[in-house]
Design a protein around this ligand. Structure first.
Ligand code: SF4
Length: 467
């Protein structure tokens, strides 16, 4: 039996058997698919004359390639239209629910599953996308998988996986005004490194996470993968149950009580053993901005870009590469760095609470001259809710463009792209070279409130100066 962490309990409950390779064959409760990683997987199934084993456990949406302005069919990009048609046909042929554009349910895969109550505690979840770790916010074990694994899950509803170690990442204390969940996870990755979590599941624990809303917890778990952890999770509690109650896919009536009992039982035991424990103090976390080309190259907004002598030897080569690529000087303040584009959205920070906080900062202000700023809701539901609250009017009055739901400039597999050397202040999760659509484009990761602060001043500033 398990040692008493949620990870071990969920793993054990979903273990089908041990494979000759030594890996576990793990049953996957929910398989989320989208247009980018599924076409090849369906083709592989067809080649072997296989069918999707559990269509009811598979949910599809379109997010990466969908334009966020004109979504009329056929899509202007022939490749995007082809991917869209392929997903439509594969879902129809296999009896899979597809939340398509205009259904009221379309959006980024990691936004729509939680908002519909599909993501639940104690589940195993897989999706052909790295940021599947998001769903761990509910106490699920959620893995990003590759195309051949998407095929495996479609055909067998199982995955061959090696068991992970568990690191308890504890943060305690209240966050200061202007410091958000995004800052917490950027701080953790800065401290533990982008490879620090390799071989681990991260259990986020402590009073800081206990006090967070579900949407804040999703922001944290979303970026577990950027710290090298295959998945990240938070034990389910009353905040989780309150969020889930009444959502479309959650249990109803007496089933709800049974669900609460099961969900409560899978939380880590007080005396659970961990392979490692690290502890941080929330009071030490300030609004955080990346200066380099990995999410671990972050600093507090009032700090200077670090110099090589402030780093471990192993970090210097990538830092030198980052100085050159980003054109930022070591030892200089990050504040005052001019920005060209400001992007609010993505599966990290494209939820309603993110847009509310961004609108709070944008209200009564205006985007600086020469800056392009836009807001992309994470889902059609988020968009409808934001419009019902009048947030779109605040953004538009402030000079932001208000878009349709999708991944947009997080990955730029759609018309939203940086041009040339443009520098973007972005609420997304990756600042890799060329990530936002231009091979020389540059990205600074930060919270949505910090992105608005950059948009209205035209440069990186401390959002606390505006609050
Ligand atoms: S928003 Fe970005 S990270 Fe999230 S699913 Fe889309 S492309 Fe991937």
């Amino acid at each position: 039996m398990s040692r008493g962490t949620l990870f071990d309990k969920v793993w054990d409950a979903h273990t089908v058997g041990t494979l000759p390779s030594g890996q576990t064959q793990l049953f996957i409760g929910l398989h989320l698919i989208h247009e980018v990683t599924s076409p090849q997987a369906f083709a592989m199934l067809r080649e072997r004359d296989l069918k999707v084993l559990f269509p009811a456990r598979t949910i599809a949406t379109v997010d990466h390639i969908i334009p966020t302005d004109n979504r009329d069919r056929p899509l202007q990009d022939p490749l995007a239209e082809e991917m869209m048609q392929s997903l439509e046909e594969n879902c129809k042929e296999n009896g899979i629910t597809f939340y398509t554009v205009g259904s009221g349910n379309q959006g980024i895969v990691h936004v729509i599953a939680p908002e519909q109550g599909l993501t639940q505690p104690g589940m195993t979840i897989a999706c052909g996308d790295s940021h599947t770790s998001t769903h761990g916010a509910f106490g699920a074990i959620a893995f990003g998988i590759g195309t051949s694994q998407v095929r495996d899950v479609l055909a067998s509803q199982t995955l061959a996986l090696a068991k992970l170690k568990v690191r308890r990442v504890e943060v305690n204390g209240a966050l200061s005004p202007g410091v958000y969940a995004k800052d917490v996870i950027l701080h953790i990755i800065r401290q533990l490194g982008v490879k620090g979590g390799v071989g681990y599941a991260y259990e986020f624990a402590g009073t800081t996470f206990e006090q967070m809303s579900m949407e804040e917890r999703m922001t944290v778990c979303n970026m577990s993968i950027e710290g090298g952890a295959r998945c990240g999770y938070i034990n389910p509690d009353q905040v989780t149950f309150d969020y889930l109650q009444g959502r479309d896919a959650t249990p109803k009536a007496t089933d709800w009580d049974s669900a609460i009992a099961w969900w409560s039982s899978i939380a880590s035991d007080r005396d659970a053993d961990y392979d490692d424990v690290v502890v941080f103090d929330a009071a030490e976390i300030s609004p955080t901005v990346t200066w380099g080309i990995t999410p671990g190259q972050g600093i507090g907004v009032t700090e200077q870009v670090p110099t090589p002598d402030q780093m471990a030897e192993s970090e210097r080569a990538i830092a030198e590469e980052a100085y050159r690529y980003m054109d930022l000087q070591p030892g200089k303040s990050i504040q005052g760095t001019k920005v060209d584009v400001c992007f609010i959205g993505s599966c990290t920070n494209g939820r309603i609470s993110d847009l509310r906080e961004a609108a709070r900062v944008a209200k009564g202000r205006h985007v600086a001259l020469g800056v392009k700023a836009f807001v992309v809701p994470g889902s059609e539901r988020v968009k409808a809710q934001a419009e019902a609250e009048g947030l779109h009017t605040i953004f538009e009055s402030a000079g932001f463009e208000w878009r349709e739901a999708g991944c947009s400039m997080c990955l730029a597999m759609n018309p939203d792209k940086l041009q040339g050397r443009e520098l973007s202040a972005s609420s997304s999760n990756r600042n890799f070279k060329g990530r936002q659509g231009s091979s020389s484009g540059r990205t600074l990761l930060m919270s949505p409130a910090m992105v608005v602060a950059a948009a209205v001043t035209g440069k990186v500033i401390d959002v606390r100066d505006l609050l």
